[in-house]
Design a protein around this ligand. Structure first.
Ligand code: K1U
Ligand code: ZN
Length: 169
């Protein structure tokens, strides 16, 4: 298994739209294992393939307290969203140290494949529903800061670029 580097905002590669996964094979299973290792190592609750510069529709999630309930979503599609929405505090491994409120559906149903090639529909609410929506946005090339005001987003962009310059020194 391998730890993969995570792209940092405002890297333009975070805005690429992911293509469907074309069948679950050994490459995809290795990618899933590496993404899970990377997500657990970074103490995240989710990771989209876009964030590790792989532009295919693949997400890993684990919102369990024990960090022992991985969920693999291959080619996920939203099939139902609740009429109710809520503003939730979000973070992102690609925007370290930044947390802000984003409006999301309270509950979603998502149809997706797993690492064995089986398709099922997942009914999600709470943190899992928020995380699924956040990760599906990544696959569309959207980072959560794009829901914030231009003023906030520009401040975050400058802060990230400054931190990256200092890291490069
Ligand atoms: O996609 C990512 O960058 C992972 C991200 C997922 C996420 C967190 C919170 C709300 C929606 C989506 C993270 O795991 S950020 C780090 C984290 O563990 C966390 C941050 C805030 C609340 C809960 C967890
Ligand atoms: Zn994110």
């Amino acid at each position: 298994m391998a730890l993969l580097p995570i792209l940092c905002y405002p890297d333009p590669k975070l805005h690429r739209v992911a293509k469907p996964v074309d069948g679950v094979d050994a490459r995809i299973r290795t990618l899933v294992a590496d993404m899970l290792e990377t997500m657990y190592d970074a103490k995240g609750i989710g990771l989209a393939a876009t964030q590790i510069d792989v532009h295919e529709r693949l997400i890993v999630i684990d919102v369990s307290e024990e960090r022992d309930a991985p969920l693999i979503l291959i080619n996920p599609e939203l099939v139902w969203t609740s009429p109710e929405t809520h503003i939730n505090e979000e973070g992102c491994l690609s925007v370290p140290g930044i947390y802000d409120g984003v409006e999301r559906f309270d509950a979603v149903h998502v149809r997706a494949g797993d690492e064995h090639g089986n398709t099922r529909t997942i009914e999600a609410d709470g943190l899992l529903a928020v995380c699924i929506q956040h990760e599906m946005d990544h696959l569309l090339g959207k980072v959560f800061v794009e829901y914030l005001s231009p003023l906030k987003r520009n401040r975050i962009k400058k802060k990230m670029l400054k931190a990256q310059r200092e890291d490069d020194r």
